[in-house]
Write a protein that binds this ligand. Sequence first.
Ligand SMILES: *[C@@H]1O[C@H](CO)[C@@H](O)[C@H](O)[C@H]1NC(C)=O
Ligand SMILES: *[C@@H]1O[C@H](CO)[C@@H](O)[C@H](O)[C@H]1NC(C)=O
Ligand SMILES: *[C@@H]1O[C@H](CO)[C@@H](O)[C@H](O)[C@H]1NC(C)=O
Ligand SMILES: *[C@@H]1O[C@H](CO)[C@@H](O)[C@H](O)[C@H]1NC(C)=O
Length: 297
Amino acid sequence: MAALSHKKSCGQLMEEWKEFIWNPRTHEFMGRTGSSWALILLFYLVFYGFLTALFSLTMWVMLQTIDDYVPTYQDRLANPGLMIRPKSDSLDIVFSDTDNTTWKDYVDKLDHFLPAYDDMNQTSKNEKCPSGAYFEDKDNGNVRNHPKRACQFMRSVLGTCSGLEDATYGYSTGKPCVLIKMNRVVNFKPRPVPATNPFITIDCAGKKEEDTQNLGELRYFPSNGSNFGIIDLMYFPYFGKKVQVNYSQPLVAVQFQNVTPNMDIYVECKVNAQNIKNDDDRDKFAGRVGFKLRVNS
Ligand SMILES: *[C@@H]1O[C@H](CO)[C@@H](O)[C@H](O)[C@H]1NC(C)=O
Ligand SMILES: *[C@@H]1O[C@H](CO)[C@@H](O)[C@H](O)[C@H]1NC(C)=O
Ligand SMILES: *[C@@H]1O[C@H](CO)[C@@H](O)[C@H](O)[C@H]1NC(C)=O
Ligand SMILES: *[C@@H]1O[C@H](CO)[C@@H](O)[C@H](O)[C@H]1NC(C)=O
């Protein structure tokens, strides 16, 4: 009964609601006077104005620290990965030397990739650098030496893998060439092992002992005559796309001389330098690259 007597009629409710919106006696709009509303408005104006200013200031300060030419933070670790050419999605190189349709795609990919390294292109856009030393093309004090020159990498140093002597890169004779390139890392200087070497090295082997046996003999280009490919120190450091407009990534070609046919062979190529990790279990492309090779006959 008590609850019932407290119940208000619909009309009463409407009255109270109306009075809440606009109370003509106290001149209150939604429970507040005009000056109260004005104060609230002012408060939020100042509050948000302050936030905007703070945000802009932070942004401005941050932008001041950004260099157009050098990334301030690199999200990728300075540990270059390796990749191969020709590259397919699955990193397989499977073909039959006697059937040119099976290797046409690989040859086309290399034909497309290599012209940038044509000796003529390289002489016209890049510099002949002294071998065995980092090529820094140093800034002159505070005066920036931009854009910087980059070093020549001649297609001809890839020898029988250059496509100049053998237009099929060895695929037609069952001695396929694979190019290995190291991803660019800005300002990275690899340190050779041993430290006195004028180059870092790349070598390939089977993932397992039996793979290595099936792989047969390997030839590397360029090489110093030993059983590995070399990347001269003059190709480092890389200063970024904006600074070194004509930079050509150095390559190492490996040619598989007498692969055991009709076998899946798992190959792994590694780059060897003091400051490059190539055995990280969680990252199979850090300092190395693995692919499957199979020559059918
Ligand atoms: C493949 O070889 C055949 C026979 O030798 C030839 O007629 C054909 O043009 C070749 N195809 C390619 C893509 O080279
Ligand atoms: C390199 O030179 C060849 C001609 O020898 C030309 O067809 C090609 O477009 C050039 N490539 C680049 C990237 O300059
Ligand atoms: C880049 O190459 C072009 C020719 O392709 C050349 O004119 C230019 O000077 C080169 N730039 C640098 C910084 O080496
Ligand atoms: C090639 O480099 C390796 C490693 O530094 C060295 O032991 C070897 O003597 C070099 N070979 C030639 C022919 O220079």
